[in-house]
Structures are given as C-alpha cells and as structure tokens.
Design a binder for this molecule. Structure first.
Ligand code: NAI
Length: 247
C-alpha cells in the first residue's frame, strides 16, 4: 500500500493557495487547508482535491489567532494519522497605502497575518515534524520583500521578515531532516492583484523580463518542487517565481 502523505496549507480557498492544494493533491498528498471567510470557495477547493482521488479537509479560521493555528494543526495531525509531511504558509493580505496615511491597524493586521500567522503555524507543526524526524516547510514571501515597493511598507516588511524567519528556521531544523524554504512570487493573477488599477498592472508588466503576469499554477509548481525528493539538498533558500521581475 502507498504511504499516506499529508500537506497542510494556509489560505487554500482561492488564488495561489488553491493552486497549491490542487498541485499537491496531484502529487498524492491528502490536503488540510484553512481559510478566513469564503465558505463557498473553500468547499470548491475541497471538492476539486477530492476529485483528484485524495482526502481533503477545510478548516475555517484566522491564522493571526494562535488558538486557531493550534486547533488547525491538531485537526490536521489527526487527519494525517499522527503526522504532517508538508506545511505551506500561504495565507496573506495587503493593506497598501503611503506611509503618512497608513494607520496603525494597517501595519498590525498585515504583520499579524503574514508574519505572525506563519510563525504560529511553524511553531505548532515543527514540534510534530521533529518527533517524526522529517518534513518540508515552504513560506510564501514576495519579491517586494527583497526589492521593496512604494505604498507597501507594511507588506514588504512582513515578506522580508518571512525570509529571515525561513533562513533561521532552516538552520534550527536542519539536524532534524526538515527543509525550510521560501517562494517569492512576483506579479501573479489572483484576487489580490485584480483590485490594482489597470495602469499599475501595465507598468508592472513592463518591468517583467518575460513581459507577462504569472499564473498561480506557476507558483504552485515551485512549491511542489520544494516539497519533492528532488529538493532534499535545498534549505534556507528563496526561489523567485517572477518572470524575471527582480534580476
Ligand atoms: P488571495 O487574496 O487571492 O488569497 C488569499 C488566501 O488567504 C485566501 O484563501 C484567504 O481565505 C486566505 N487568508 C487571508 N487572510 C487569512 C487569515 N487571516 N487566515 C487564514 N486565511 C487567510 O491571495 P493570493 O494572491 O493567492 O496570495 C497568496 C500568497 O501569495 C500571499 O501570502 C501573498 O502575499 C503571496 N503573494 C501573492 C502575489 C500575487 O501577485 N498575487 C505576489 C507575491 C506574493
């Protein structure tokens, strides 16, 4: 019988998170994902995974709440028969604005979800992976965490911090056979980027070497690689999936 593999993904209801759920389902993982509020889309992601012949659970909650992360991880562990093979910290938000107009809450909300949410999840999951002597963690950063972006001091700070956290945890968990890496997408077509004005999109495409916006599936491909046997000797790295936006 084939060994059961379990992947835990935050923010799987739509966009890049959904593409990751589907790609890891193709790779044979049972899928446990959480989402903030969109029940209909979460149900759809769950069904789409099940249609690929794997099991899936969807848990509603906020990764900025450590109690939710604890509960989500406990449920996922039970679902995985006592283990978790892969954790993908994908849930993320933006609250863009120029610094003079940015409210305390815009800073706090973005750091709480993008940075602290990933921290809470990694704290819970690493305990399980350490016991099982192995695992893969992939964090979604962003190219703006590397290059910066006007109007996104809060978001860029959170995504740069995710890279620091990824590298530190890669060092901390290396002796336990746990790889920790990050993927930094550039401009990807999802709900997050849909709300941007057309002129912003056009000038973004101009700055991309491959002259097109990326697809969620292209980010999911890099995540799949970082969860595979082919990346066993890669840890603490950041792979940009950005069509050459930042070279
Ligand atoms: P999206 O807005 O389309 O989807 C975000 C997902 O995260 C949704 O499923 C939502 O339910 C979930 N989520 C949001 N807040 C949550 C919370 N507090 N707790 C639990 N789940 C929560 O976003 P998209 O574009 O799919 O982005 C996914 C990740 O990729 C994010 O971390 C984002 O920062 C990153 N990214 C996206 C880029 C893009 O161009 N779309 C570029 C660079 C990075």
């Amino acid at each position: 019988m084939k060994e059961k593999k379990v992947a835990v993904i935050t923010g799987g209801a739509r966009g890049i998170g959904r593409a990751i759920c589907l790609r890891l389902a193709d790779d044979g993982y049972d899928i446990a994902f959480d989402y903030r509020s969109d029940d209909e889309n979460a149900e759809l992601t769950k069904k789409m995974c099940e249609q690929k012949g794997v099991k899936a659970i969807a848990v509603k909650g906020d990764v900025a709440d450590p109690a939710h992360c604890k509960e989500f991880v406990n449920l996922s562990k039970e679902f995985g028969g006592g283990k978790i093979d892969v954790l993908i910290n994908n849930a993320g938000i933006t609250r863009d604005g120029l610094i003079g107009l940015m409210k305390d809450d815009d800073m706090d909300a973005v750091l709480n979800v993008n940075l602290k949410g990933a921290f809470y999840m990694m704290r819970e999951v690493s305990r399980i992976m350490i016991k099982n002597r192995g695992g893969k963690i992939v964090n979604l950063s962003s190219v703006v965490g590397i290059s910066g972006n006007a109007g996104q001091v809060n978001y860029a700070a959170s995504k740069a911090a995710v890279i620091g956290m990824t590298k530190s945890l890669a060092k901390e968990l290396s002796s336990r056979n746990i790889n920790v890496n990050a993927v930094a997408p550039g401009f990807i077509e999802t709900d997050m980027t849909e709300k941007l004005p057309p002129q912003v999109k056009e000038s973004a495409v101009d700055s991309i070497a491959l002259k097109r916006i990326g697809k969620a599936e292209e980010v999911a491909g890099a995540v799949s690689f970082l969860c595979s046997k082919d990346s066993e000797y890669i840890t603490g790295q950041v792979i940009c999936v950005d069509g050459g936006m930042v070279i």
